[in-house]
Design a protein around this ligand. Sequence first.
Ligand SMILES: NC(=O)c1ccc[n+]([C@@H]2O[C@H](COP(=O)([O-])OP(=O)(O)OC[C@H]3O[C@@H](n4cnc5c(N)ncnc54)[C@H](OP(=O)(O)O)[C@@H]3O)[C@@H](O)[C@H]2O)c1
Length: 292
Amino acid sequence: MKSFLIDRYAKGGALRLGESPMPALKDNDVMVEIHAAGVNPLDSKIRDGEFKLILPYRLPLVLGNDVAGVVVRVGANVRQFKSGDEVYARPGQDRIGTFAEYIAMDEADVAMKPNNLTMEEAASIPLVALTAWQALVERANVQKGQKVLIHAGSGGVGVIAIQLAKHLGAYVATTTSTANVALVKGLGAEVVVDYKKDDFEKVLQGYDVVLNSLGKDTQEKSLAVLKPGGKLISISGPPDPDFARKSGSGWLLQQVMRLLSYGIRRKSKRLGVDYSFLFMTANGGQLGKVTS
Ligand SMILES: NC(=O)c1ccc[n+]([C@@H]2O[C@H](COP(=O)([O-])OP(=O)(O)OC[C@H]3O[C@@H](n4cnc5c(N)ncnc54)[C@H](OP(=O)(O)O)[C@@H]3O)[C@@H](O)[C@H]2O)c1
């Protein structure tokens, strides 16, 4: 089948249009003919080699972490899907490869595509929506009336996270550039801080949750926004010991992650807030809930 692949990790390197073998169909898998694939910063980070320690892929590698398409075959144990179903998904992280004609995915990672979305619209959703869900629902357990700061509200994750936080009944603040102020207000954010003009840490206080997708500087300033007992959830690093353990990293890598996050964990502890790193995972059930 045709696919876009990388032969080696290279910062800024181009993808190669080439041929790769049809994916093997396991008993719990659905084979999906790909109609649309979403592009995420994760794809360029994988290509650049930033994830080679925690995601040791075999090369050549077909990139792509978001998909919408039509089921063409199902494995012997599949119960939820049949040929002809229109579906969308973020494949499991060890089975990525949506920049291709076909992909095989565990049915547990797949959801029915909502009828009111085109294939292209649906393919833009899974990775960012699952990230927002796992941060705000699973990790933070956001409750009605809580104050939530979503950084980078105009980004892929931010756009969904604002809407999800509003849906959960939260009071939402976000940061964005001047050009995107109207966009994030339209999504329901109560407070919009234009980072080109204002410092968010000077105008926001007493927040229960901060979702950070930006750099170290923003991360550290975010601590000042949280009230004691609040939660700083970062999807842009640094990875913490809990993530290191759960990701099955070896001892050495666990120690590296412990060291990388030592500073922010120490500062958080001093202020009585909780720091955690989140690396989203595939989950068809959650994806189904996001668009139900
Ligand atoms: N750990 C995980 O599971 C996970 C999952 C998904 C994404 N991520 C990571 O999260 C990051 C964001 O992903 P994404 O898909 O949302 O990226 P994206 O769609 O490229 O959005 C990034 C946004 O950041 C905004 N931005 C840049 N500088 C800013 C600042 N100083 N303050 C506020 N906003 C700023 C930009 O908006 P303006 O144009 O308004 O500046 C842009 O819309 C990436 O690094 C990605 O790799 C991690």
